[in-house]
Design a protein around this ligand. Structure first.
Ligand code: GLA
Length: 381
């Protein structure tokens, strides 16, 4: 059923507007956003659509198309909904918007999210940014997409207890069709890099790993890199890890334990790979870009240790496929997706072979999507 029709069925009246915010794939620059590094994500056509109308009350009433979940959030008491099973992202965004001085009005919102949950393609960022945009617009506020991304990140950090960086929300809000977003996470300056993939496409492979403990492991890595920076700052003048040159890290590696050295080495080398990837893309050299994707996966596996056997199985099978130029895990890791650069003519065979090898090794199926790089926020009217 069409979203507007479902809205009418659930809320008993017509929706006034429909908006959407995108899921994202990160092409390269993994686990560096919270270290002040540059990242290169792109918004996807997988997205969170919302149908909205003002309801004349002081409540935000939210519902979803795919699950029977419903919630009612009192806009005068937004701080009280942290324990909602479903609806806490929305409450968190409303809470942070109020703190930032936005005018909020009561409204009904129906969510329809095509970003697979737990896929590492940022379904939560898409929900947050769609909520922030819908609330900003219904309240008649001035809309700045950069600021909506920051507010959405704060909601996830402060309200939902996930210590994520800015990348996902930023890409979800500011992505552009056919472009990747080169974002400097230290300054939030960004530029669009045209994504001319010629005879190739990006294939997203979801490892479908159940129950992965992403949040605790993620927070553990953040603590580790904070410790590494603290130790390095005894001898190096740097505000963040991403700005430490690789040779300086080598010169001062004795300041770190072997484990902290590997974590820092990932960050520093990944930042270098982002620079080289942008050059390769600008030169139209997709083979080179593909090789850098492979290097990134290796670093995430060996130095940062955020891959796991499922993502490794997918990346390994992809990397040896003759039509694949490069493949790596994308997002937080521990589960979720890989992104692979594959020649269009080889996509079907790629999916068949990688899918088969994965099933044989892991015991259940992976899912595959050909990525379409799209706008971040869309105002459907
Ligand atoms: C998650 C976080 C991002 C980023 C990535 C890893 O997606 O939400 O902020 O840290 O992991 O690159």
């Amino acid at each position: 059923m069409e979203l507007r029709e479902q809205f009418k069925e659930i809320f008993g009246c017509e929706a006034e507007e429909v908006y959407s915010a995108a899921g994202r794939v990160n092409l390269i620059g993994e686990h560096v956003d919270y270290c002040g590094g540059q990242v290169l994500p792109a918004a996807l056509s997988l997205k969170c659509r919302v149908a909205v109308r003002k309801n004349g009350t002081n409540f935000m009433r939210v519902a979803a198309t795919d699950i029977p979940a419903r919630a009612e959030i009192d806009l005068d008491a937004t701080e009280n909904y942290k324990n909602l099973k479903w609806g806490n992202y929305q409450a968190g965004v409303a809470d942070e918007m109020k703190k930032a001085g936005y005018r909020l009005v009561g409204c009904d919102i129906l969510y329809d999210c095509s970003v697979p949950f737990g896929s590492g393609l940022s379904s939560s960022a898409a929900i947050e940014v769609a909520t922030a945009y819908a609330l900003a617009r219904t309240g008649g506020n001035y809309v700045d997409k950069k600021e909506l991304a920051v507010i959405s990140q704060r909601a996830e950090n402060n309200y939902c207890g996930v210590n994520c960086g800015i990348m996902d929300q930023f890409a979800s809000a500011n992505g552009k069709r056919g472009h990747a977003v080169l974002l400097d996470c230290a300054t939030l300056d960004f530029e669009y890099i045209p994504l001319d993939l010629k005879n190739c496409v990006l294939v997203l492979s979801n490892c479908n790993k159940p129950h992965n403990l992403v949040e605790s492991k993620y927070n553990e890595r953040r603590t580790e890199v904070d410790s590494a920076l603290k130790l390095l700052r005894k001898q190096i003048d740097a505000n963040d890890l991403a700005h430490i040159q690789p040779y300086l890290l080598e010169e001062h590696r004795t300041l770190l334990t072997p484990l902290l050295y590997r974590r820092a080495h990932h960050v520093v080398s990944e930042c270098d790979r982002v620079r080289r990837s942008v050059e390769a893309l600008q030169d139209g050299d997709l083979e080179r870009f593909g090789r850098i994707l492979n290097e990134s996966h290796k670093s995430l596996k060996e130095d940062y240790e955020v891959t796991g056997k499922e993502l490794d199985a997918l990346a390994e099978a992809a990397q040896k496929h003759p039509e694949c130029l490069g493949s790596r895990m994308t997002g937080a890791g521990f589960g979720g997706c890989t992104v692979s650069l594959v020649r269009k003519t080889g996509v079907e065979d790629f999916i068949a072979k990688v899918g088969k090898e994965y099933r044989e090794k892991i015991g259940y199926d992976a899912s595959f999507y050909v990525a379409e790089v799209s706008e971040g926020i869309i105002d459907e009217g």
